[in-house]
Design a binder for this molecule. Structure first.
Ligand code: ADP
Length: 262
């Protein structure tokens, strides 16, 4: 199971990162160009104290360079097969594989919202993403603990969208995966989505789990965010866009979860 998971993590991360990171790369270029433009204008006017703009442009450039190098090392396209998904069916459909993956020391609880909206995503890859998060949660709780998977309807408002460039305000289906494990330092949390970033021993971690989650979510038009506190635990929130219109209604009959016996 671990080998299979690692292999599929690799495959999916390879393909999906391209879209998501190209988008982030554009944001970094915007920082660089924005600061250079400000700098140019101030220079033309002969104003002083220009170091901040230069430093911000350099920081943006350095971060972009790091990411492209990591990305180019293994990027490859993989098509998604999106379909209408009722996450309140998909999540319970994973109970057996979660139990097997997490072992006896981790208690799994699911909290499913009533009247949950439909989303549109590649079901296999969504299951894979949730499995990646569960494996991370398990690894963060060597002594055991609680894993909670929660679904909810979520509105991301304008203020939230402004604070998260590239994420449009609107209606999303939220899946939150929370653990009572070690949590992360701020430094680790900011790098956790980077491809190949891992704090685990060689052979234990690939550093591709969260990259895969990130790539998948971005390619699906969604948003993923880590809330973590060292020593307390971690909550990873995945926001997938709400599917509206005629396709949204028959989602109940979806085949999601069918390959995993309940
Ligand atoms: P890997 O699990 O192979 O290390 P990931 O991309 O999934 O790769 O995670 C990167 C790093 O983020 C991990 O090595 C770990 O340090 C940190 N991390 C991810 N999820 C959690 C979690 N639930 N609790 C604590 N740390 C985490």
């Amino acid at each position: 199971l671990e080998d299979q998971l690692r292999q599929s993590q690799k495959m999916e991360a390879m393909g999906q990162l391209t879209g998501g990171l190209a988008h982030d790369f554009n944001n970094m270029l915007a920082i660089i160009m924005g600061n250079l433009n400000l700098l140019k204008r101030r220079i033309e006017r002969g104003e002083g104290r220009l170091e901040t703009y230069v430093q911000q442009a350099l920081d943006g450039g350095a971060r972009a360079a790091t990411l492209t190098h990591r990305l180019l090392a293994f990027a490859r396209k993989q098509p998604l097969s999106p379909e209408a998904i009722d996450c309140n069916r998909l999540v319970p459909g994973m109970s057996e594989i979660l139990r097997r993956t997490l072992g006896e020391r981790v208690r799994v609880e699911t909290v499913l919202a009533g009247g949950l909206w439909t989303t549109r995503a590649d079901a296999n890859q969504l299951e894979n993403a949730l499995l990646n998060l569960a494996v991370n949660a398990r690894d963060a709780m060597p002594e055991g603990g609680h894993l909670t998977i929660e679904t909810a309807n979520a509105h991301l408002d304008d203020a939230y969208a402004q604070a998260h460039p590239g994420i449009p305000a609107g209606q999303y289906v939220l899946i939150a995966v929370s653990d009572t494990g070690s949590g992360m330092s701020q430094e680790i949390a900011t790098r956790a989505f980077d491809p190949f970033f891992t704090t685990k021993a060689v052979g234990q971690g690939t550093g591709l789990g969260l990259s895969q989650v990130y790539g998948f979510v971005r390619q699906t038009g969604g948003h993923v965010k880590i809330y973590t506190e060292a020593g307390r635990g971690t909550s990873v929130k995945i926001y997938l866009p709400r599917l509206v219109g005629s396709e949204a209604a028959p989602a109940q009959s979806g085949t999601v979860g069918a390959k995993i016996p309940e």
